[in-house]
Design a protein around this ligand. Sequence first.
Ligand code: SAH
Length: 367
Amino acid sequence: MVTNVRIDIAEIELSELERALEELGRPRFHARQIFQWVHRRGVTGFDAMSDLGRDLRGQLEREFCVTTPEIVRTERSTDGTTKFLLRLADGKHIESVYIPDTFSNTFCVSTQVGCAMRCGFCLTGKMGIDRNLSAGEIVAQVRVLARELGILEARFNIVLMGMGEPLHNYDATMKALRILGDEHGMAISPRRVTLSTVGVLPALEKLATEPFMPNLAISLHSTTEDQRDMLVPINRKYGLKELLDACRKFPVKRRERITFEYVLLDDVNDTPDDARRLVRLLSGIRAKVNLLPLNEAAGIPYERPSDDRVNRFAQILAERGVTVSVRKSRGRDIRAACGQLITETSRTTAPGQQLAMLMGQSTVDSR
Ligand code: SAH
């Protein structure tokens, strides 16, 4: 028996779609039309593609599909942050968050089901890694949410700060960014995308050579090798010093900077000495610092510092000329805060997943 494996349009770049159509004896310009329907208008069925002939639509139906995750649950916070639980084609679950704000609206997107990095303060890390997301599954989070929210045509930002470590799923993440950036699709410029990473060095070095280069955020979280070994275990493989050397060499665009994320854990890494060491470590790097007071959770053996401690830490950086902001947790009432995304794929009901995100930052800037 010959089984017909359909090509998944959700997973391919425009150039691949053009080739696939040519192989079917169809003119390549149809690829742009189809790509626009899928990525600009959020259409997932060929019937709706009204500017294509009936015959072509029939053929597309037979040869192609557009795999699209299903929204299982939506929760809206009083601050407007909306958390989506999505079910993937194989039944696994991920979460994505929409964070509206006065000046910019942001999608926080996952790159893996779970995460292998096991950072000591992050709930997602406790899940371990289940699997990588495909490029199509990464893109689909934006496509599906933007359609649901009716903002496919709007401008928005994307942060790769949901579940997973994007540089541990490099190829799919990069392909997703190319699809999201295509001018015939959502046309999201790399300037509006931020990739957050613990610093998987070989992948970071590769990223430095990419034509589609997003803004970079580094999850630093500590100023000494020993402590970072403990908080961010990948440091044992790719240490702080090497990571900062790679950041020094990273081609930062004009007028832009690398963001260093620093989770503040009460009485662990939030002392004035830590702040002063951080300033020294970042010298010579075009850097800004984003402080993340810990989002506490059961099973996480650290506490969130008081506002006074957070402010003192920020002040030390600011006084020494480092641009610093404090990330406000958004969507706390729906448990949507950084590093707290956790899903239990064995259950179909919405699990005890707690997302959490960010943004809406208050900035202390000495300049
Ligand atoms: N894997 C990527 C994206 C993770 S989420 C990375 O590590 O960069 C984005 C940020 O949230 C990271 O800096 C992560 O360390 C931080 N984070 C994780 N758990 C947190 C928590 N409980 N409270 C505050 N921030 C947390």
